[in-house]
Design a binder for this molecule. Sequence first.
Ligand code: NDP
Ligand code: MG
Ligand code: MG
Length: 331
Amino acid sequence: MTKVYYEDAVTTNELEGKTIAILGYGSQGHAHAQNLRDNGNQVIIGVRKGKSADAASKDGFDVYPVFEATKKADIVMVLAPDEVQGKLYQEEIEPNLVDGNALVFAHGFNIHFDVIVPPKNVDVFLVAPKGPGHLVRRTFVEGFAVPALFAVYQDATGKAREVALSYAKGIGATRVGVLETTFKEETETDLFGEQAVLCGGTTHLVQAGFETLVEAGYQPEIAYFEVLHELKLIVDLMYEGGMEKMRYSISNTAEYGDYVSGPRIVTSETKAHMKEVLADIQSGKFAKDFVADNANGFKEFHRMREEQKGHQIEKVGAELRAMMPFVKKDA
Ligand code: NDP
Ligand code: MG
Ligand code: MG
């Protein structure tokens, strides 16, 4: 079993006396900044003018342009969108890094795929919460946390690991557990998870199920409840107690159907496709395509986004959710 780090495994605060610049004040940025501040650390924000900058000022932070925040800081956490980080790094971050600074990420993408090549004289590590930023903040306030991974890519000071663990503790993650990984492992498993299962796999499974019912003449509203709304309730049970708890909770009819029909849906062919998706991630093809589309104004990305928005399940869902205000959460 891999080692899990909790509160008492991190005995010194390597962030003490240091200025931490959080670059970006979006989903992850606002959560890291506020959690670190609540734990007594010195935090400033580096972000361009606009909505995020206004929000950070309103939340009581000193806000600077990225280059200036980088210059003022000892620890620089890069929480701009992944596709923005390469240019931002070249123009505003790299020229302002000095000996012994820490360059930190919440996802290994740009370092692992060589979009960002850091200088040798700085520590480079990642602290990646395994959950959306709004939960990183909400659970912290509730006295809890989202678990996180950390990895050291480069140790210039001889203390990179300790600083990384202190950062993980600073955002609250050691309350529930922090695991060590590598940039390669974090990046490739994160991309695979979101593409094959969590996001891509799930949305397309739900849509295909919805289409199958609607094409067979069933009411779209009923189909929505059966394949989307109820999914949360099932996933919650899996989250709490694995497949076993979920299967214990459902009817015997549902459990029997799970065993006989599940393998007809996710077949050896599906798994072969998963291996192809993983191979494209490992070879850098996915990253290359993503970066190239971004350089092209995200044409393909925006086309796919529009196409997906138009799916019937989205319209039906919006109407039904308007009648179920209780399903809405602000995170
Ligand atoms: P968001 O899109 O939520 O926020 C990005 C922030 O960067 C915004 O404040 C945005 O400001 C700012 N920004 C965008 N462009 C620039 C620019 N050119 N110069 C300065 N600031 C800019 O990003 P996320 O929080 O989702 O992602 C940040 C990192 O965290 C990524 O590496 C991601 O992979 C990682 N991560 C994200 C998770 C998540 O839950 N979202 C989970 C784990 C890791 P503005 O309002 O002006 O656009
Ligand atoms: Mg991800
Ligand atoms: Mg049922």
